[in-house]
Design a binder for this molecule. Sequence first.
Ligand SMILES: Cc1ncc(COP(=O)(O)O)c(C=O)c1O
Length: 413
Amino acid sequence: MTKSSMSRRRFLQSSGAAAIWLPTTVKGYTANEIQSLYVDGQMQEDVSKWELDTPCLCVDLDLLEANIVKMESTVSRNGIASRPHAKTHKTPVIAQMQLDNGSVGICTAKVSEAEAMYKNGINEILMTTTNVTPTKIKRAMNLRQANPRFIQATDSPQNARLLSEAAIAMGFVADIVVDIDSGGHRTGISPGGAALELAQLIDQLPGLNLRGILCYDGGSQHVVGFAERKKQTLERLSAATETYDLFNQSGLSTEIFSGGGTGTYNIDHETRGLTDVQVGSYVFMDAQYIDIGGETNNDVYSDFAASLTILTTVLNDQYEGRVTTDAGAKACTINRPWARVKGAMGMSYTSGSDEFGTLRYEENASHSYKVGDKLELIVSHCDPVVNLYSQMYAIRDDRVEAVWQIAARGMSA
Ligand SMILES: Cc1ncc(COP(=O)(O)O)c(C=O)c1O
């Protein structure tokens, strides 16, 4: 089928859901076939999303682009920047889109993730996790040797000394930020005197160059209700701001004060000194975020659109009140809340079974499905879902526009 055969296509109404476009002859493509049709950044055939083999991961380009633009316009209006966390998408093409739209860099959670990003052309990398083993310290410093734009977080004097020794041994000075605990005690050093002493040590160590502060408050991101979320995050970040003041009073660099996430992106600029938000999920959104409510919409967090979906096929419709699909735990994870059927009302989806999903109809179900029907799921929690797939299909107007490699998929070390 070529692009010239567009006239043979038609729009179909899918089981009562929104109108969808299908070629007149639905061929059905395997992942390998789609891959081979994507040459030099161009699809060689016009392929409908509904022809993709399932389960597969799709990203709606219009929604993704709008999310990136919305984030950039908001943070720049608020006088800060974004440094998006690539742990969410693990996809260099998306990291590049974020940088092209004004992000000052990206963050990575794992050294292997940082390596994958760098290998695929992304230089501005801040590694937000402290590397504690000799192997990881070596890998991080190798990366710094290859890429002078690489910045590493640390949260203890002992770790700072190890980083300095490694950098000296390799013949350079490594850029460092101090990770400060926001109160969750997950990572970071305590704010105040302890953080100041660590910063002073980094400032003195010959292999290190202090660039500032990192303070991510994961415990505030999903607080339900905007007012409550705002109150909590501003309270919890106040100790980091006091530490920022201590750094300044001691003549230490506060060039970077990075923190925040999708839940607080329009709150974080009120934390004095904060320079950029490490937003991750906003590019895709998910059921976990949709329920927290936003500044203008108490019920739904509608600031960003759900651009990421899992396409799945109905395998069995023989039993009353339910159908079985091909997207279970291995395609959706077992995170809660469960994935949601896009464009449908009155049905619930669970993915507790390894290979199968269960869709149950409620009394007010908007429609029903037959064997072979495909449906789209809004993901439960985007980060771990992305990590299940090697590639994602970039879709515009229901057509496959690109095939993106999730280059850092599985890079959890
Ligand atoms: C250190 C750090 N920064 C930023 C983020 C991004 O958060 P979100 O996906 O809520 O925007 C995370 C997510 O867990 C994180 O661990």
